[in-house]
Each structure stands twice: as structure tokens, then as C-alpha cells.
Design a protein around this ligand. Structure first.
Ligand SMILES: [Zn+2]
Length: 581
């Protein structure tokens, strides 16, 4: 008698080889048999006609605040995620001096677009040090497993106070203190250390993130300290405007620490050549034996614009503020009012050339209707500009019509990064690169402007089945890419593969009917703050630590998740398995 038996499913085991028909037996939190299981289970799931995969491991999320009040971490769990790693991009909430709570919230609000009021209300501060924070999360109820990384921004602000926030260079003594904090965090079970060097990350007042200009002395000092522990991964985002200099410094972190490093790969229209240079350098580093990976997405970084979203293309127009804040139905009425439209379109706001916001508000060639199910690879001729060219109209006039659709709930998709060719060919190049790993979903962040936590579903539906504007990719490869490989990326060798002895995190998916829905705004943050969530049809069961935690994407109430402390070796009971590639 087993605790749970999943019968008759088509198993994609996470190793990357061809799928096979098998039953899976689970006892406690561990997979105990894969093949023909004759004993019955206290609970059985008939997966006939469905596929069975390891639970998805999302190594790049920002649930650092949400995890203190929400055991379910939607929308990632609506998309098959069973392990979420947070503390990415140098931001998070520990360590934190008692008088700096509000400052850290401002940093998270600005960098990751998580409403400060929700964070202030939702976070029950019960920590100062990073190990204290881990203890608080350890005691929190959780439906899924979570891993934490120690964020450089918080560490720097803790040690250097205002000097750190003002981007002053760290002194040797500052570096010693930061290095000690990072070591203590790794010893307490942090999975890694993260930092940010991008001008895109600003706090709520528009100031650069504190780590933006961290110098070699500081980064290498921390890296050496990581090397002494022999623990943890390094994760970061950088602009690479001076690719040779910046990459060499970051590569030095790997050389000094011996720890694996992954960094964001994205194609920015303002500097469209940088991403390939960075990938070439990553390949060179690997040839030299240095474990470096590019983190790559399933889709463009997709900003969602609309009347219910945080952004829309008219935010810089004075006339817009005649209706901003009014009830949605009144706004929609104004959008249809010829006098209001004429007044609005007569305006020409002052755009700052080169700013991301300018791209977002004037890039009409990259504004697309986001349908349901959403189309994440729209054709250029379907953009607002394309429609305007076809009909001889002002693209802004087209947008006013689009915004009013669906009683004002319509959404406009803006593929900010990775969409220069007008299709996903750059993304394809990124995900096929031998030294990249799937990531960048940013689950829990940017909650009012994008919803990329659904990347795992897009990998299956768009790349594995539905793509028409280019090739699809083998499903077994895609599944391995977001299970075993993302688990290995952060040192978790106990999950991500369906085999006896491995952790029993499993998805049962009605793949033929797997459908990503359009993002929707919900008002469920503490203090009623709004955020996007994104559901998917077809996740029949998501099993976490051996029990069904989600059915059809909805929580069952089972809270079998826990805080992961440190890298996890392959369980002794797990048979040796080799990847198929
Ligand atoms: Zn991030």
C-alpha cells in the first residue's frame, strides 16, 4: 500500500529523454517507484491521457515580502511551480536594521513594483539578521518549497547605511562586514547571494539601487568569503554598457569563489548588440571551466498596459488626469467621447529620449492587443502602429479604442525586451544557447505592470505545442529545462527528476487542454492593493512533498512546503540517473 499512486500517465521525467508510459508510487514526501505499480495507493490519480512531469522549479522570483503573508505564492503555483527561489537581483528584506524597514520597502517598491503600502501592512517584521529572517520563513505556513538568497542591496544598506544608499564606495572594513553577513547567511542555508548593476532598478524616489556601482574590492571581497564557505550560487543583473570591463569583474567573482554564477540575458532595443556579446563571454568562461550561465526567459519581458493596470500610454498627458482615479465605467465613457479624445490627442507630452518610460509610452509599433488566451508572439502588422498605417489613423487614436474595449478591462501587451525582430527568434537563440538556463519570471514582482510568473506554462504551450511563427521545441527538453536544470542551477539535486528516491514534487497536466489565460487584476494584496495574477487551465494536480497541494490551479489547503536550507545533495536512495543529453 502506497500513500499515493499516479497511474497511466505519460511521464516526462525531467532528464530530457523521450517520455514513457508509467505509474508512479509516492510514500511520504518521496517517489518510491516508477514503472508498473501493482500495490494500490491510499489515494490514486488516474493520469490516462495526461502528462506527468516533475514540479517546476522557478529559480528567479521576488516573493520575499509576499512569502511572509501568503502560503500559496500565486500566481507561480497556478502555473505548476513547486519550488520558488527568491532574493534575486540584490533586493529583499534581510538583513534590516529596525529603523530601515521603510527604506527597504521603498527599494522593493521601486525596483520590483510591489506596492509599498501592501508591504508595510503585510510584512510582519520579526527579524534583523538574515538568519533571523530565515527562521521566520521557516515557521511560516507554506504550500510549496521556497529557497532564499541573501540580497546585496539589503546587506550594503545594513552595513553602510546612508553611505550605501548614496552609492559610495565600500571601505575595506565595510567589505569585511558585508562578507561576514553573506557567510553567516550561507551557513544558515541561504542558497546564494544576489546583486544588481542595472540603471533600470531604482527605488521609489528614482534613486539607483545601492549596489549599482559596487566596486571590484567589494564584489571580490564578498566572492572570496563565499569561496571560504564553499556554499551558494551568485545571481545578478548588469547593464554591461562596458562589456569587457564589467564582465571581467563579474567573471572574477567566479574565479575567486569557485561558485556558479548566473546573470540576466536580455536584448534591450537601446543597445541591441550587448546580449550576444555577453553570451559569447559566458561561453568562453565555460570553456575555461568556470560555471557561468545566462538566465533567459520564455517570452519578452512583457509589460501589460491598460486602464486597470498600473501603466497606460497616456500617463504623461495632462488631459488624462481629468479622468484618472474615476470609476472605470466613467473612464470608458470619456475614452469614447470625441471631445475628450480630441483634447487628449492635441497634446504632445515632453518625453525624455532614451528613458525606458519613453519607449513604453511611444513605442506604438510594440503595442499589441493581448487576447484571451494571450498571444505572446504577435506580428508587427497587428501593432497599434500597424493598424494606424493600414487605416491612416493616429496610433494613439487606435489605442484609445483598444483601451475602451471589454468595458475598459482590455489589456495591451508591450514586449519591452527581446522583441526587436518582431518575433521570438532572439528568445529562441537565447533558450537554445548551451550555457543558459530558464529564469527571469520575476514571480511576485512588478505586480501591476507585468505577469511573467506564467513563463513555465508558456514554455509548454507556446514553445512545446502552439508556436506558428517559428519552430516548436521538443517537450521533453522544455520540461527538463524548468525542472532538473533549474533545480541544479541553484544546487537542489533532490528534485526536478521523476525517479525513486527523489522528492515527490509532481505535476499531472492535461496537456492537450493546457491553456494560459489572460492576466487579470485582483485586489487581494494587504490593504487591498492590486496585482496581476494569471491562471492556466490544465494543471490537473500539483503534488508537493507527496500530497496534492493544488487541483486545477486552486489550493487544496495542504501546506506541505518548507524553507529549503542550503544546497541539497541527490538523496542516497535515488538511483544514479544520467541526463539524456
Ligand atoms: Zn529579478
Amino acid at each position: 500500500m502506497h500513500d499515493l499512486v499516479i497511474r497511466n500517465g505519460l511521464v516526462y521525467d525531467g532528464l530530457g529523454g523521450a517520455p514513457y508510459q508509467a505509474d508512479i508510487a509516492i510514500d511520504g514526501a518521496v517517489i518510491t517507484a516508477v514503472g508498473t505499480v501493482s500495490a494500490s495507493g491510499r489515494e490514486e490519480i488516474d493520469a490516462k491521457g495526461q502528462i506527468v512531469t516533475p514540479g517546476f522549479v522557478d529559480a528567479h522570483t521576488h516573493y520575499d515580502g509576499q512569502v511572509t503573508w501568503d502560503p500559496y505564492l500565486a500566481p507561480s503555483t497556478m502555473n505548476g511551480v513547486t519550488t520558488a527561489v527568491m532574493g534575486n537581483c540584490g533586493v529583499g528584506f534581510a538583513p534590516c536594521a529596525p529603523d530601515r524597514h521603510q527604506w527597504l520597502i521603498g527599494l522593493m517598491e521601486g525596483v520590483e513594483d510591489i506596492p509599498g503600502t501592501a508591504l508595510a501592512e503585510g510584512i510582519k517584521w520579526g527579524w534583523e539578521s538574515f538568519p533571523d529572517y530565515m527562521d521566520v520563513i521557516d515557521k511560516s505556513p507554506l504550500a510549496l518549497d521556497v529557497g532564499l538568497q541573501v540580497p546585496h542591496g539589503a546587506v550594503r544598506a545594513y552595513v553602510m547605511g546612508e553611505r550605501g544608499a548614496r552609492l559610495e564606495p565600500a571601505t575595506p572594513d565595510d567589505v569585511r562586514q558585508m562578507a561576514k553577513i553573506v557567510q553567516d547567511a550561507l551557513e544558515a542555508g541561504a542558497l546564494g547571494f544576489s546583486t544588481s548593476r542595472t540603471e533600470k532598478h531604482r527605488d521609489k524616489d528614482g534613486e539607483h539601487t545601492p549596489t549599482y556601482k559596487a566596486e571590484e574590492l567589494e564584489l571580490h571581497g564578498i566572492a572570496r568569503a563565499m569561496g571560504e564557505t564553499g556554499k551558494g550560487v551568485i545571481q545578478l543583473i548588469a547593464d554591461f554598457r562596458d562589456v569587457d570591463w564589467e564582465f571581467a569583474m563579474l567573471r572574477g567573482m567566479v574565479e575567486l569563489s569557485g561558485r556558479p554564477l548566473s546573470l540576466t540575458i536580455e536584448q534591450d532595443d537601446r543597445h541591441p548588440e550587448i546580449w550576444r556579446k555577453v553570451l559569447d563571454k559566458i561561453a568562453e568562461a565555460n570553456e575555461a571551466g568556470l560555471p557561468m550561465r545566462g538566465q533567459v526567459p520564455a517570452r519578452p519581458t512583457g509589460v501589460v498596459l491598460g486602464m486597470t493596470a498600473s501603466l497606460n500610454p497616456f500617463l504623461l498627458y495632462q488631459t488624462w488626469y481629468e479622468i484618472a482615479g474615476k470609476p472605470l465605467d466613467e473612464q470608458v465613457k470619456a475614452l469614447k467621447d470625441p471631445a475628450f479624445r480630441a483634447k487628449l490627442l492635441a497634446e504632445q507630452p515632453d518625453y525624455k529620449p532614451g528613458e525606458i518610460s519613453t519607449q513604453l509610452f511611444t513605442g506604438f509599433h510594440k503595442m499589441f492587443k493581448l487576447g484571451d488566451p494571450p498571444n505572446y508572439e504577435p506580428a508587427p502588422e497587428d501593432s497599434a502602429q500597424g493598424e494606424a498605417d493600414r487605416t491612416g489613423r493616429d496610433p494613439r487614436d487606435v489605442l484609445l479604442d483598444w483601451l475602451a474595449e471589454d468595458d475598459g478591462k482590455a489589456l495591451i501587451y508591450f514586449p519591452l525586451m527581446n522583441y526587436l525582430p518582431g518575433d521570438l527568434s532572439y528568445v529562441e537563440e537565447m533558450i537554445k544557447h548551451p550555457n543558459t538556463a530558464f529564469g527571469l519570471s520575476d514571480g511576485g514582482a512588478h505586480v501591476g505592470i507585468l505577469c511573467d510568473a506564467s513563463f513555465p506554462t508558456t514554455f509548454l504551450t507556446h514553445w512545446g505545442r502552439d508556436r506558428t511563427r517559428g519552430d516548436t521545441l521538443p517537450l521533453e527538453w522544455l520540461i527538463a529545462g524548468q525542472t532538473r536544470k533549474t533545480a541544479e542551477l541553484v544546487g537542489l539535486h533532490d528534485r526536478g527528476v521523476i525517479a525513486p528516491g527523489m522528492k515527490a514534487d509532481v505535476n499531472v497536466i492535461d496537456f492537450d487542454n493546457l491553456t494560459l489565460r489572460r492576466p487579470e487584476i485582483v485586489y487581494d494584496l494587504p490593504t487591498g492593493g492590486k496585482r496581476f495574477i494569471q491562471r492556466a487551465d490544465g494543471y490537473a494536480a500539483t503534488i508537493i512533498s507527496g500530497a496534492v497541494a493544488f487541483r486545477e490551479g486552486e489550493p487544496t489547503g495542504v501546506l506541505g512546503g518548507k524553507l529549503i536550507r542550503g544546497a541539497q545533495p541527490r538523496p542516497a536512495a535515488a538511483r544514479a540517473h544520467a541526463a539524456a543529453e
